[in-house]
Design a protein around this ligand. Structure first.
Ligand code: HEM
Length: 232
């Protein structure tokens, strides 16, 4: 029995509309739990000795987790044949943006008190801040164009091309985490994320190479046709 067949016996590849809505609502609530926990800890005065650091780090972690979940959906479909998780990709993508925006706001507000000169200095001085900022800025066009209206306006192909920026965002996000922890010689967690993100992007690279190999083959044929014409 293949993995796909085994999983299909546990979860149907197609969900009825009502069941899908229930799954989506449950996952929406689950995705809000990290924020609810943070608010609970803040209001109960349990954020620890360094509350600002705790809030920034917690929001950073959940941004990365949301990004990994978003990137895992296509490989999940490929492994299981389930189509319905693909309809959750936009929601997780928007949660990634939501947590990234909160993480950025926490930094700008709680850490820097909106002191623009100090922020600019920090962006130039600390490469991990530069990488983090770049990834959030790149997330903005993806969040703005996430609606069906934008898919129509841009055309499916252009929309897909634009949304491939998420691969660069993932690399920048892991680099941000890596550089931040490298300064403290604590690379265990960033290494785990780098491996997971590497595997998730690797699946795409493999599919791209398979498609490319096909087209390389045909273009090789056509270029050899051109060279044959030239030499004849
Ligand atoms: C997609 C974008 C981003 C992701 C995925 C992300 C992720 C993370 C992660 C995982 C951490 C470490 C959490 C830990 O220590 O356990 C972190 C820390 C941090 N990030 Fe980000 N981040 C992003 C964007 C940004 C931006 C735009 C800024 C500021 C301009 C920023 C500033 C910081 C700071 C100041 C820390 C804490 C450093 C410390 O306490 O030593 N991040 N981020």
């Amino acid at each position: 029995m293949t993995l796909s067949a085994r999983l299909s016996s546990l979860v149907p590849p197609v969900l009825q509309p009502q069941a899908f809505l229930r799954v989506r609502a449950a996952l929406f609530v689950v995705a809000l739990l990290p924020l609810a926990r943070l608010l609970y800890l803040a209001f109960s005065g349990s954020l620890g000795a360094n509350p600002v650091e705790f809030v920034i780090r917690s929001l950073g972690t959940w941004t990365l987790v949301a990004l990994v979940v978003t990137l895992a959906i296509t490989p999940l479909r490929l492994a299981t044949g389930w189509a319905w998780p693909m309809r959750l990709r936009r929601m997780f993508g928007l949660f990634t943006f939501f947590y990234a925006a909160l993480h950025l706001i926490a930094y700008l507000w709680l850490d820097q008190w909106f002191d623009l000169a100090a922020i600019w200095k920090d962006v130039l001085k600390r490469p991990y801040i530069t990488a983090g900022l770049a990834s959030v800025l790149l997330l903005v066009p993806l969040a703005v164009t996430s609606s069906n209206g934008w898919v129509k306006r841009l055309g499916g192909r252009n929309w897909q091309r634009l949304h491939r920026l998420v691969y660069l965002i993932a690399v920048l996000a892991v680099t941000h985490f890596w550089w931040q922890k490298a300064a403290k010689n604590d690379l265990g967690e960033p290494l785990a994320y780098a491996i997971v993100v590497g595997l998730l992007l690797g699946v795409r690279a493999l599919r791209w190479a398979q498609r490319r190999y096909g087209s390389v083959d045909s273009s090789a044929n056509s270029s050899s046709t051109v060279s044959r014409r030239r030499t004849s």
